[in-house]
Design a protein around this ligand. Structure first.
Ligand SMILES: [Ca+2]
Ligand SMILES: [Ca+2]
Ligand SMILES: [Ca+2]
Ligand SMILES: [Ca+2]
Length: 552
């Protein structure tokens, strides 16, 4: 019976786990209300307030404001974001300035890539391999200044486990050795690379310099940055912090997007779940800082014993919280657990998943390990996962790779919408004055072979889909998967949320800026080339989870 063991799997597979333990089928009863007045020590708010999502967001501004002030102080009043810095450098290229006036600049940055994180393993770092991580710093030349850039080294154990040292009950700082080993990862953003210079003309005190060159294979644009080692008194690193997690309010702060995740109470206990209930995009990223979603929905219908037993579960039936964190300046890896709460106290195995935030995106490797075929019990399961929007999204447009003319989000279903092409898409996107959210799913080919997946778009406020904060479905797009029998094996799928800054919204269907969409697809499909002196190797920007870290 209990033959499915879900280890380190991701969100959407949470529901598979319930099958294994389904011995009793009852309607799940919401907790009694006595918990509502209980006070959460970390916020001073009542459980009732937190569960309703009435959570302040001012800490986001405490996080972002000093960073924008730092950039203004460094580069002048018209640059308060890395986006403005990047496009100022791109404008320089558009003007055709190719000969730097400053003799110390050997070549201008010509790389136009914006979203890509750059991930280089220690084994590829030349002389910096085996360096003490604490002695390393990264710099780049921007607008005539040699400045520290955000970077982090994420250590990995020789067995392939991530070191997540920055908090949570399963933090494992003892597993890192402080040395840049072959499997450790140096991480920074491509947009932070700059002009080519000789570091010794700009800064003193280092005894080792590794010049890292990035090249876009599509247009040969290049940019450079420098990994320097300071045996004594290394200079202050950059104060920029592109992604972080605030456990008090269960909020993710990324430079270009704010996320509020759900609180949930099960059995009188408060959990900080990983399901989003608010996305807000600030004005300096092209949004209005208005929440445009109802919630992230992960739902499953399971049929057991040749269809004689049916059960529906939702994201509300899940307990879960943070296990461990690696909260660096460039990315924040939050490892969470989740568990279905079933009637009579029956619990499914814990599912573990990594959510990795960067400045404009969240990437989530979804891993499922099925050691034994559950077919004896499970007849089939249907799973749908997607984001329902709210009234603020009305007036926006929805697009995907198979429906490029787009649909108006107005809570009213049209024949065009119901008869759309429902084939699997490679990306989808919602955009409005409040900002832009693009999703990409990269499915495990072995899962794809066994599942029937189609894409649904429901924009109909009369079709309620509880539980939800706002009754009715508004611009709700989701994957609808049906699986009869899942063969034993490890399945790895990636779910991504991209928040494209200043995606030009115009209130007309079909006016999609494909260049900005493609930039986020190119990140994985045409990865940057990297050199640290001799030869080129490809960037490896895709996120790794628990198993994928080991497989690489
Ligand atoms: Ca190490
Ligand atoms: Ca951080
Ligand atoms: Ca519509
Ligand atoms: Ca709704």
């Amino acid at each position: 019976m209990t033959t499915i063991i879900l280890r380190k799997a991701g969100l959407s597979f949470l529901y598979v786990g319930c099958v294994a333990f389904l011995v009793v089928i009852l309607k799940i009863d919401p907790c009694d209300a006595s918990w509502e007045q209980k006070i959460d020590e970390r916020t001073g708010l009542t459980y009732g307030t937190l569960v309703k999502g009435e959570v302040p967001d001012s800490a986001f501004w405490d996080y972002i404001t000093p960073q924008r002030e730092y950039l203004r102080a460094l580069f002048g009043p018209d640059i308060s974001t890395t986006y403005e810095l990047h496009y100022k450098e791109c404008e320089r290229l558009d003007r055709g300035s190719s000969l730097p006036e400053d003799q110390r600049i050997l070549a201008y940055k010509t790389l136009r890539r914006w979203p890509d994180p750059v991930i280089i393993r220690g084994k590829d770092l030349g002389e910096a391999r085996a360096a003490k991580i604490a002695e390393l710093r990264m710099f780049a030349a921007h607008l005539g200044k040699f400045v520290p850039i955000p970077y982090q080294v994420d250590e990995v154990t020789p067995e392939g486990h991530k070191v997540l040292p920055d908090g949570g009950p399963e933090a494992n700082p003892q597993d890192g050795d402080g040395i840049m080993d072959g499997q450790d990862e140096l991480v920074f953003m491509a947009h932070d690379a700059g002009d080519r210079v000789k570091p010794e003309q700009w800064i003193q005190g280092f005894d080792l310099a590794v010049e890292i060159t990035l090249k876009d294979p599509l247009d040969n644009g290049k940019a450079w940055c420098y990994l320097l080692r300071f045996p004594k008194d290394p200079p202050e690193p950059s104060p920029l912090n592109y992604a972080t997690y605030d456990d008090r309010y269960n909020q993710h702060y990324n430079f270009y997007v704010f996320s509020q995740d759900q609180f949930k109470v099960h059995g009188g206990k408060l959990y900080r779940q990983i399901f989003n209930q608010k996305w807000k995009i600030p004005d300096y990223a092209g949004g209005t800082f208005t929440n445009f979603i109802d919630r992230l929905k992960f739902r499953a219908r399971v049929r057991l014993f040749f269809g004689s037993v049916k059960m529906t579960t939702t994201e509300d039936d899940v307990s879960g919280d943070t296990l461990a964190l690696r909260d660096g300046p460039v990315r924040c890896n939050r490892r969470c657990w989740g568990q279905m709460i079933l009637p009579l106290g029956v619990k499914t195995p814990k599912v573990i998943s990594d959510i990795i935030g960067y400045d404009t995106m969240f990437v989530c490797p979804v891993e499922i390990s099925v050691p034994v075929n559950p077919g004896l019990v499970l007849t089939d399961f249907t799973m749908y996962a997607g984001t329902d929007l709210n009234d603020e999204a009305i007036g926006g447009y929805w697009y995907n790779s198979n429906n490029l003319s787009g649909f108006l989000i107005d809570g009213i279903s049209t024949p065009n919408e119901t008869q759309m092409n429902k084939d699997m898409d490679t990306w989808r996107l919602v955009t409005g004055p409040w900002g832009t959210m693009m999703n990409r799913s990269i499915w495990d080919p072995d899962f794809m072979r066994q599942a029937k997946i189609r894409i649904e778009f429901i924009d109909d406020r009369t079709r309620e889909d509880p539980p939800e904060y706002y009754p009715g479905q508004i611009g709700m797009a989701y994957n609808y998967s049906t699986v009869d029998n899942l063969k034993p094996g490890l399945y790895i799928t990636e779910l991504d949320w991209f928040f494209i800054p200043f995606f030009p919204f115009s209130p007309a269907a079909g006016s999609l800026n494909m260049e900005k969409v493609r930039a986020y697809l190119d990140m994985y499909d045409t990865p940057l080339h990297i050199s640290v002196g001799k030869g080129w190797f490809p960037n490896d920007p895709r996120p790794k989870g628990y198993h994928t870290q080991k497989l690489h």
